[in-house]
Write a protein that binds this ligand. Structure first.
Ligand code: HEC
Length: 105
């Protein structure tokens, strides 16, 4: 019986760890945003759509998320690929776009 309980506890721990890894880490996204994207998207320099500027984001959001993901990953005009941070994975860039859009919608 004790062994069974230990096994159940272990399984629960594994399940928790997996779901924590799958859930987007909001704090991490926010931190990466401040270190990588805020420089341009906080102030709106070089024509970057300012985060929180709903009117500025409206026509971009209208293009659909997949188009925005592509722009953020590949770059567009003065927007450098991955915001100039080649270490970011596609999923991380997408989470950053989601974060910016959620704040500007
Ligand atoms: C060096 C400045 C700079 C940095 C850093 C930067 N951006 Fe941009 N971003 C821009 C500019 C400028 C535009 C507007 C491009 C244009 O003319 O359409 C833009 C546009 C965008 C758009 C809209 C693209 C579209 O298709 O309308 C998204 C999404 C975006 N950036 C995401 C990000 C993310 C995510 C980061 C951080 C990983 C980031 N940007 C970092 C300058 C920057």
């Amino acid at each position: 019986m004790k062994k069974l309980l230990a096994l159940a506890a272990m399984l629960a721990a594994i399940t928790c760890a997996t779901s924590a890894a799958a859930a987007p880490d909001a704090a991490k996204v926010e931190k990466t945003y401040s270190t990588t994207c805020l420089a341009c998207h906080g102030s709106g320099i070089m024509g970057a759509p300012k985060v929180g500027d709903k009117a500025g984001w409206k026509p971009r959001i209208a293009k659909g998320k997949p188009a925005l993901y592509l722009s953020a990953i590949n770059g567009v005009k003065m927007m450098p690929p991955r915001g100039g941070n080649p270490g970011l994975k596609d999923d991380e860039v997408k989470a950053l776009v989601d974060y910016m859009v959620a704040k500007s919608n």
